[in-house]
Design a protein around this ligand. Structure first.
Ligand code: NI
Length: 202
């Protein structure tokens, strides 16, 4: 074979191999997320957890799969923000037309496993929504879940009593059907705003 043709074939081969390598490396990142907009490329919020639901069944992050989830961390003794937020979640889901409400799973994760046993959680979530899942666990399990969702939580003794409260961040997280983070809402979110955001996706 003529050395000129051979050289061209080798160079061509290298170029094709290089192009294929670049496509293989970058194409997966360029594909849009079919279930919503990814924020910042890789999701920084969410991840593996192992907890126990309010019926006493051990669960993990796979409970997020197949539907949208609204995930909120708090504690059942919280006097104001937690119950207000969970009521907003419940109302927003109920505002969705017809069967669409069943495509959204409300989830409440306790930051106070000491007091929030599965039976306390069962009673509590039942007050808000028939399909709300309450999750609790050991102190370590709860800490791991909170860290995965970047949730701050700190036990604080109450003055002149043996009781304590739990200071905590109060973001509500929206996860997509693959269990990945899409959006978050602050404590002032209204049921109309939340329901409108869900309707965009469903
Ligand atoms: Ni609270």
């Amino acid at each position: 074979m003529d050395t000129g043709i051979a050289k061209r074939l080798v160079i061509g081969g290298i170029l094709i191999a290089g192009t294929l390598l670049i496509l293989a490396l970058y194409l997966p990142n360029l594909r849009p997320d079919p279930n919503g907009t990814e924020v910042g490329g890789t999701a920084a919020i969410g991840g593996p957890f192992t907890l126990t639901d309010h019926t006493g069944t051990d669960v993990n992050e796979q409970i997020l799969l197949g539907h949208y989830s609204l995930v909120y961390f708090g504690f059942t003794f919280c006097p104001d923000i937690c119950p207000m937020t969970l009521q907003t979640v419940s109302d927003a889901v109920e505002l969705l037309p017809g069967q669409k409400s069943e495509l959204v799973q409300p989830i409440f994760i306790s930051l106070d496993p000491e007091r929030d046993t599965t039976s306390v959680m069962a009673d509590y979530v039942g007050h808000f929504h028939s399909r709300m899942i309450g999750l609790t666990g050991t102190a370590d399990q709860v800490r791991q879940a909170a860290e995965a969702y970047r949730v701050f939580a700190q036990k604080r003794p109450l003055e002149e009593s043996d009781d304590y409260t739990v200071d905590h961040s109060g973001f509500l997280y929206l996860m997509n059907r693959s269990g990945r983070y899409i959006d978050h809402f602050g404590k002032d979110v209204t049921m109309e705003e939340l329901s409108a955001r869900l309707r965009e996706l469903l």
